[in-house]
Structures are given as structure tokens and as C-alpha cells.
Write a protein that binds this ligand. Structure first.
Ligand code: 4NP
Length: 155
């Protein structure tokens, strides 16, 4: 059975593509590639079809990760399977999803899985331009998320 993980932010050009790429690398390094389908999407439509933000691509490259995804918007189909892990970057993303699609039983914020307590929302680098700080938060959250999923799914 494939484990679906969908990372969600507002524009799908900064944070959720970063999380998708980092999580995919962790899964690959753990030898679990075949067990997962990992994707990302945004609640907004402004950037559909665009490449990830240059700041996101640069920070991923610095950390040895290539990302070629294009932005897309969350669909009702994305939200239809209650088993899918829906992982948002901040409370506003979570609220937007609930407003658009109703409650989802496996929806969480990424930093719920983080080892640090300073931030519970991933700050938006579209406004802060602090891509390295966002990368560190995203990477920490992704490590915790993978650990949680491995325990829950017996991997
Ligand atoms: P993201 O950042 O949600 O991390 O992809 C944003 C990108 C674009 C916009 C907002 C946030 N925007 O308003 O266009």
C-alpha cells in the first residue's frame, strides 16, 4: 500500500515544494522510495504552473537537492482519501483547507513533528526572504514526520 503525503502552503512555490523535496530525499535515503507518493500543492491559484521560487531552488541546490516540480492548486481529489497525510506549513494553510474542503482526519502542521518549540508555523520566505532558516525548520519537521509515519505504518 502506498503512503500518500501532500505538503500544502499558500503559493506552492516556496515552502511546500521545499518540504516535498526534503521529505523525498529523506525517504530515498531510508530506502523507502517505493512505499511513498509525495507531492505538494497550494491553496491559492496565483502561481499555477510556475517553477519553485529561486530562493527555494537555491537553498535546495545548496543542500544537494534538485527540484523540478511546478506549482499547482490543491484539489478535492487530493483531500478525498482520509489516509493521505495532509501536511500544512502554517495555521492559515490549515484554516484555508478546512474552509475549502471541510475537516480532514489526517491533516497536521509540519512543525507539529518538529523537535524545536520556537516556531509552530513555518514563516513564509516569500515575505521574509530567510530561506536558510525556513530550510532548517522544514528539514527538522520532515525528519520528525518521517519518524512518526514509520512508527505508525510499521516501516
Ligand atoms: P508559499 O509562499 O506559500 O510558501 O509558496 C508564497 C508564495 C506566493 C504568495 C504567498 C506566499 N503570494 O501571495 O503570491
Amino acid at each position: 500500500m502506498t503512503i500518500n503525503v501532500l505538503f500544502v502552503c499558500l503559493g506552492n512555490i516556496c515552502r511546500s515544494p521545499m518540504a516535498e523535496a526534503v521529505f523525498q530525499q529523506l525517504v530515498d535515503e531510508a530506502g523507502l522510495t517505493d512505499k511513498f507518493h509525495i507531492d505538494s500543492a497550494g491553496t491559492g491559484s496565483w502561481h499555477i504552473g510556475e517553477k519553485a521560487h529561486p530562493g527555494t531552488r537555491a537553498i535546495l541546490n545548496e543542500h544537494g537537492i534538485v527540484y523540478n516540480g511546478r506549482a499547482r492548486q490543491v484539489t478535492a481529489q487530493d483531500m478525498a482519501d482520509p489516509q493521505t497525510y495532509i501536511i500544512t506549513m502554517d495555521q492559515s494553510n490549515s484554516n484555508n483547507l478546512r474552509r475549502q474542503f471541510g475537516n480532514h482526519s489526517n491533516q497536521h502542521r509540519l512543525l507539529d513533528f518538529s523537535s524545536q518549540n520556537a516556531e509552530s508555523d513555518v514563516p513564509d520566505p516569500y515575505y521574509t526572504n530567510n530561506f536558510e532558516y525556513v530550510y532548517q525548520l522544514v528539514a527538522d519537521g520532515c525528519r520528525g514526520l518521517l519518524e512518526t509515519i514509520r512508527q505508525r505504518e510499521g516501516l
